[in-house]
Design a protein around this ligand. Sequence first.
Ligand code: MEV
Length: 448
Amino acid sequence: MEVEGIDYEEYFKGFSKLTRKERFTRLIMMGVLKKEDVAAIQKTNCIFENDLAEKFIENSLGYFMLPIGVATNFNINGKDVVIPMAVEETSIIAAASKTARWVRKHGSIKTEMVGNEIIGQMQFSDIKNEETFIDLIEKNKLSLIEKANKKVAFGLVNRGGGVRDIQCRKIVPDSTLEGGDPHSSFVVLHVLMNACDAMGANIVNQVCEFLKTPIFELTNQEASMCILSNLTDTRLTKATIELDGLDEELVEKIEKASYFAERDPYRAATHNKGVMNGVDPIIIATGNDWRAVEAAVHAYAAQSDQYRVVTRWRKVGKNGLRGEFLAPIPVGTVGGVTNLHPYAQTALRMMGIKKADELSQICAAVGLVQNLGALKALTTVGIIEGHMKLHIKNLTLSAGASEEEVPAVQKKLEEILRLTKRISLSNAKDVLSEIRGSNRVRPIENRI
Ligand code: MEV
């Protein structure tokens, strides 16, 4: 890209040091943004007193806004809780609230943590004698843990956490990899630690970086890299729903839907997406790292021979149903954006949450309820009825209807949906031009 003789790289030199106004000017000059785009972005720029975007990220232009709403009717572990959800998808909050009411009527939701340690990984490649290396680590494990706790994780130790274990893994070459695998085996150390109420990425990375030197002194081996693992299978979150007094046919249908997803990875992916419809909006509303949670859940789902579901439903007796969610949901209630973002703090306060484990368990419970709502709809009325009905408003606006035109377009689209069981943006556009056309021919007095 070339603008007035300046090439692309030249143009972005020092971009991060510019004021936001200067960034806009450059992007306009490059033709990347138009003046109207800048005006639209600038509308979002006054939402926080101190400009948090500048603090959170680099090259910031403003804010991307998501709607935030609340899911109602949840009772988790015997406690009523209102769930803040930041999400753009129509019908997620409605389905969660409706299903939570149904669950409240027929049973209960219980949650717990299974394990409390996160994992840091240290890779050692080109080790001359792996057995000697592993032996040295095993024999000196306690002193390494003690050093890391004393020098780096002392804050966590004071709060009951800290480094707990160091485990050695041997990772052998995999000849099935594309292009083969030319390297000899690696030794990878797993540094296990309890990060208390932090998500723990920063602290575990610091611990691993710190351990490089004492391990080098001990073994004469340099770590090639270290970073946390997002597959936190040592800190799982479990949610259970038990229901009774249900229609037997419905129970059977939900169980069959569960087996479909348990057997088939094509269905499992969509099933799990529905679970994450309940989880991600809370992760976002509380300022947590949703990429980490997505990575954790899907990696956990893919741990066996094939991609699997993270929830399962079973018939209990004639009219009962039991569902379970089990997967890692790595979140924090301290540190990072969670502390700085005013909405994140509000979201935590709304749920009465102080501890990371509580937040993780609420996410698991809402994910499981969301999944139940989807399966109930899919096995009875189908997804179109609930989802598309609510989606009609989006289609109406996307077609370009004005505030006054919305009710008429919506009404007509609902009619089409009822008759054809289908609805699309082109339906919305057709209806809108029909309405506009008929308005044009109608005499003015009839339109008032
Ligand atoms: C849509 O966002 C989510 C569903 O596809 C989930 C599912 O199929 O279980 C309805």
